[in-house]
Design a binder for this molecule. Structure first.
Ligand code: ATR
Length: 281
């Protein structure tokens, strides 16, 4: 049997991660000789854990909460995408000893929205909830899709405004990009796409959202995935939104981009999403 190339996802906690299952399905469908495991790094031991994995022949990793910023700092070379996101979710360890950092979260979200869910973002009114790392990570590809409006709304308005200013300073956002407080939303009108990038769903908390933000024929998207409806998706359904999606598609698409970056071939994702999908109720 050919030697296997080793990959892993590193996080804390990481036991819940679907990435090993996703990459096992990719390995099966492409015939690539890879193994992929989940490694929990101590909170103060990200770099040491990565060093150890590399010393054992590891070829690349995905990085999840809370290490995405540290992954950027760890790398020798940081892609433009990862720089804009301020974080990396994938590292590649080259034969010459260099480490490259990438971020596929935003492109994964975009591919899920446009390819899997059939949305055309050009000219849409988009509401992005949250102004932390998860929101920052997807802002650039969302802007590149040319929405008419991209409003970043956050519990603390200062953080939303600071994020918008950062992107405008980088030349990545124009007049379509604006910041707001969640408490401003009753006056903000309806949005074709509402994306939850806050950590509220992780804590099973609902956000204070007026029904009016949800256009009835729109799409509500929670970047979190899990079993069933998140509190945000439940709110959206109660507001009468036609279409709901969780972050499973985004997770599988970013995994496929990571796999393609490491292995030079992009696996099919539709069968993997269907395989892992539990009905949203
Ligand atoms: P992440 O990297 O997951 O984005 P983060 O950088 O800690 O994590 O950011 C968490 C985001 O979720 C922030 O936008 C936070 O709002 P604040 O900046 O006002 O703290 C948001 N958030 C977390 N819990 C929330 C809640 N219960 N209601 C509203 N927003 C919440």
């Amino acid at each position: 049997m050919a030697a296997m190339d080793r990959y892993a996802v590193i996080g804390h906690p990481v036991g819940h991660s679907l990435s090993p299952r996703i990459h096992a399905l990719f390995a099966q469908s492409t015939g690539q000789p890879v193994t992929y495991t989940a490694i929990e790094a101590p909170l103060d031991g990200f770099a040491a854990t990565v060093d150890h994995f590399r010393a054992q022949g590891g070829r690349g990793i995905n990085v999840t909460v809370p290490f995405k910023l540290q992954a950027c700092a760890y790398a020798d070379e940081v892609s433009e995408r990862a720089r804009a996101a301020g974080a990396a979710n994938a590292l590649a360890f080259d034969a010459d000893g260099r480490c490259r950092a990438e971020n596929f979260d935003g492109v994964g979200l975009l591919r899920d929205l446009t390819h899997n869910l059939g949305l055309s973002l050009a000219g849409c009114r988009v509401l992005l909830l949250g102004a932390g790392g998860a929101a920052r990570g997807v802002l650039q590809p969302l802007l590149q899709a040319r929405p008419a409006v991209l409003l970043v709304a956050n519990r603390s308005a200062d953080k939303a405004h600071a994020l918008v200013r950062d992107f405008q300073a980088l030349g990545l956002g124009g007049p379509e990009l604006a910041g707001a407080a969640l408490s401003d939303l009753p006056a903000a009108g309806a949005f074709d796409l509402v994306i939850n990038a806050t950590a509220a769903s992780l804590d099973a908390q609902a956000l204070p959202l007026p029904r009016s933000v949800f256009a009835p024929d729109g799409l509500a998207y929670d970047m979190v995935y899990g079993k069933g409806l998140t509190p945000f998706l439940r709110q959206a359904r109660e507001a009468g939104v036609a279409r709901l999606a969780d972050g499973l598609g985004m997770l599988v698409e970013q995994a496929a981009d990571s796999f393609a970056w490491w292995r030079g071939m992009r696996p099919a994702t539709d069968t993997v999403i269907a395989h892992l999908r539990t009905p949203l109720r």
